[in-house]
Ligand binder design. Structure first.
Ligand SMILES: Cc1ncc(COP(=O)(O)O)c(C=O)c1O
Length: 464
């Protein structure tokens, strides 16, 4: 249909999706050829209201969603000024640190940092005056928490991967990457200039084969040994909710003398009895993982990322990674939020709130996961994972699912192409320790109604 509509638009010279060429650029090749924007024009613009929905409150277990409407005759949306209070099933607020308990646990140190240090720290990179005492404290606290010798903090989680990987690896090195790794890893790997080989998602046998072949063959043409081989994977895969099979990955890395880099964006603070991440969850010694990367945007209710590794490696990154030397450092206000969250998680605040939150996140996630499975939905991921993706498969169900949920007071995240294949659309329900059982039950009643209307019980046999 899209191709047909494009052909008609070309024939009759009229379409609300085409803007007339700017006469100032007459004779230039078009910036966007029709095929480049095909997906945006023919699919995304039809259901764009389900994405980019502004919110007007803290992303706690509930939040205010701004309602929007289409500007007549265009594909643009404008906010109506009306708000809808919704149960929040979309934020990565795994421990509820940016929600209801923020006032009691984080507000005081955060406000104190704002008053004493201002909002933008040294206003310079970590190397050149942007490092405050709070940054040093965060680095020491993170290293101790994850069980590594040292840690470096970055002002952005995405940038942590995108700038660390190129400073560690280059021509002559090999990256062996899980096929479903996050784009920040993919882009960091591409920017590094290292050769990249992909292994089947979370498949330890395939990883073993790829490593064996790589070691046997060496570099292309010359067959010289690789300067480094580094395996890259994630603690929890963000679109699948699956936990990495870390013990098998560690064993394969040891067998072939490959370094191991694990992105714990979604697992740190959410997995393991004490929230120390995928190593604690799977019984792996953190010493067996060379580089533990993580972000503060999920369980810590903050911003930024970290690399935890040996002191020598962290010192090297401080003087070589563009994220440390060319990018302005993290705000001290954010550092204070991270430190306050860590104090709660580790119990250093003198309360049992952290442990209660860690128990609640698993209890809540498993409750919702099991109820959705009982409903007959196709639920991806593992027990204990706070990411609970439910398959919608068909792109048109994306818009209907999200709109029907909003009507029923649920704020959900839906995922479509290009983040996942065109026919593998899904909703990604993110559970928080801040959700009460009453909120989860209310959400499940509403979800069941939507599941019925959209016929999402894909696990049920067609015979009943
Ligand atoms: C696995 C993974 N790594 C890195 C990032 C980037 O982190 P941030 O959003 O903090 O920039 C994300 C984002 O969600 C992620 O899922």
């Amino acid at each position: 249909m899209g191709v047909l509509r494009d052909a008609c638009a070309k024939l009759f010279g009229r379409s609300k999706f085409f803007t007339p060429a700017d006469p100032a650029f007459k004779g230039f090749p078009p910036v966007l050829r029709p095929i480049d924007s095909f997906y945006s024009r023919r699919l995304y613009f039809r259901y764009r209201d389900v994405w980019n929905r502004p919110i007007a409150s803290a992303p706690g277990s509930e939040m205010d969603v701004c309602l929007r409407e289409q500007v007549p005759g265009t594909t643009r949306l404008k906010t109506t000024g009306k708000l809808k209070r919704c149960i929040n099933l979309g934020s990565y607020n795994y421990l509820g640190m940016s929600g209801e308990t923020w006032e009691a646990t984080c507000k005081e140190p955060v406000m104190a940092a704002l008053t004493s240090m201002g909002s933008c720290g040294g206003g310079a990179s970590m190397l050149q005056g942007g490092m405050t005492s709070l940054h040093k404290e965060v680095e020491a606290a993170v290293a101790a928490f994850v069980g590594k010798e040292d840690a470096v903090v970055f002002n952005m989680g995405y940038g942590t991967n995108a700038t660390t990987i190129p400073s560690l690896l280059g021509k002559g090195s090999l990256i062996v990457s899980d096929s479903l790794n996050h784009t920040s890893i993919v882009n960091g790997a591409r920017a590094s200039g290292a050769m990249v080989r992909v292994y089947a998602h979370n498949d330890v046998d395939d990883l073993d084969q790829v490593l064996r072949q790589a070691v046997a063959d060496g570099q292309p043409r010359t067959h010289l040994p690789w300067t480094h081989i580094m395996v890259m994977t994630e603690g929890i895969f963000s679109m699948e909710g699956e936990i990495c099979k870390l013990p098998g990955v560690v064993a394969a890395c040891k067998r072939y003398k490959a370094y191991l880099y694990v992105d714990e964006a979604h697992s740190i603070g959410a997995l393991g009895k004490h929230g120390r991440g995928v190593c604690e969850q799977t019984g792996v010694d953190p010493k067996d993982v060379d580089i533990l990367m993580g972000t503060f945007t999920k369980s810590f209710g903050a911003m930024g990322g970290y690399i935890a590794a040996s002191r020598a490696l962290c010192d090297y990154l401080r003087s070589s990674s563009s994220g440390c030397i060319l990018s302005t450092s993290m705000s001290p206000v954010v550092c204070a939020q991270i430190l306050a969250s860590l104090r709660v998680i580790t119990g250093q605040d003198g309360t049992s709130l952290g442990q209660e939150k860690l128990d609640a996140i698993k209890r809540n996630a498993n409750y919702v996961r099991n109820r959705l499975i009982d409903m007959g939905c196709e639920v991806l991921g593992d027990e204990d994972s706070p990411v609970v993706p439910v398959m919608l498969y068909i792109p048109t169900k994306i818009s209907m699912f999200s709109r029907m949920c909003l009507d029923r007071g649920l704020a959900v995240v839906v995922v479509g192409f290009p983040a996942v294949p065109l026919n593998a659309a899904r909703t990604r329900i993110c559970i928080s320790a801040g959700h009460t059982r009453e909120q989860l039950d209310r959400a499940l009643v509403a979800l069941e109604e939507v599941v019925d209307i959209l016929k999402l019980r894909y696990r049920r046999s067609v015979f009943g």
